[in-house]
Design a binder for this molecule. Structure first.
Ligand SMILES: NC(=O)c1ccc[n+]([C@@H]2O[C@H](COP(=O)([O-])OP(=O)(O)OC[C@H]3O[C@@H](n4cnc5c(N)ncnc54)[C@H](OP(=O)(O)O)[C@@H]3O)[C@@H](O)[C@H]2O)c1
Length: 259
């Protein structure tokens, strides 16, 4: 059996840094996203620097059938011993104005695909009595977010689902963490249609690499929740004391400005 780390959303942002970090640790990689040209670029960069195998697949996580087909075509001697459920996106704006295709797609990618991929890799991990799963949530998972309502809600799912699995899979020696970044410099805000400048987000914006490194370090330690940066730690503590109905008013004001 050859051990591989499967990383979703590896064509951009955090996903690329996850791929490079694990490659530098001599891990073989399976990288998936829709943009195969980008994945091939990441593959050749990594293979020119590190002595690891990198397999790339164009995979649209909008459709569960694609996930089934992806697993069917994988070599039988591949053991995915680590899954980084990183692919995800959000949309800014009032919910009523969102296109139905965007509404469905966000649930498919952020929730369904992450859940199904986990379900697919678990039997082998349990059989081998080892495995690691890192789900990329968001600090948004701790609050309700008017004007980005659906995105915040998908990340609340990721948070609770991951904490539950962390508990459930301990007895099988499988680590599960949820990484909850705050605003991070990636393509996320272009995709999210956050056209207007938002000084509030800019002030707390982090580089992608330290976010990824903290996620990997916390997964190694099997910490259930991985937070990075003083502002995110402070925000999480603050949110414990403020009712959601109150914090959502504050968040709504910030989100409305960038929508
Ligand atoms: N950046 C932030 O401020 C921030 C903060 C908190 C949490 N996060 C989370 O971090 C994760 C990574 O996002 P990022 O910040 O690195 O943004 P990004 O640069 O936009 O990367 C998103 C990745 O997801 C992939 N993806 C999107 N839709 C997909 C689909 N239908 N099928 C397959 N792959 C798909 C994209 O690949 P293709 O387009 O090539 O398919 C891309 O590789 C997301 O889960 C996001 O919610 C980001």
């Amino acid at each position: 059996m050859k051990k591989y780390t499967l990383i979703t959303g590896a064509s951009s942002g955090l996903g690329i840094d996850f791929a490079k970090e694990y490659a530098s640790n001599k891990e073989n990689l399976i990288l998936v996203a829709r943009r195969i040209d980008r994945l091939n670029q990441v593959k050749s960069e990594i293979e020119s620097q590190y002595d690891v195998n990198v397999l790339v697949y164009s995979l649209d996580l909008n459709d569960n059938i694609n996930i089934d087909q992806f697993f069917e075509q994988l070599d039988k001697d591949i053991f995915i011993h680590r899954l980084i459920n990183n692919a995800g996106f959000g949309y800014s704006g009032s919910f009523v104005d969102m296109k139905e295709t965007h509404i469905k797609s966000m649930i498919s990618v952020n929730i369904e695909a992450l859940t199904l991929l986990t379900h697919k890799v678990l039997p082998n991990m349990i059989e081998h009595k080892t495995g690691e799963i890192l789900n990329v949530g968001s600090i948004a998972g701790f609050v309700a977010g008017p004007y980005m309502a659906e995105y915040y809600a998908t990340k609340a799912y990721v948070l609770n689902y991951s904490i539950a699995l962390h508990e459930e899979l301990k007895e099988h020696n499988i680590k599960v963490s949820v990484l909850c970044p705050g605003p991070t410099k990636t393509e996320f805000f272009d995709v999210a249609n956050s056209e207007k400048e938002n000084k509030m987000f800019d002030r707390f914006m982090m580089d992608s690499l330290p976010v990824v490194q903290k996620g990997i370090s916390d997964l190694n330690k099997n910490k259930p929740i991985s937070l990075v940066g003083l502002s995110n730690h402070s925000l999480r503590v603050l949110l414990k004391f403020v009712p959601r109905t109150v914090s959502s008013k504050f968040v709504g004001r910030i989100q409305k400005k960038s929508a």
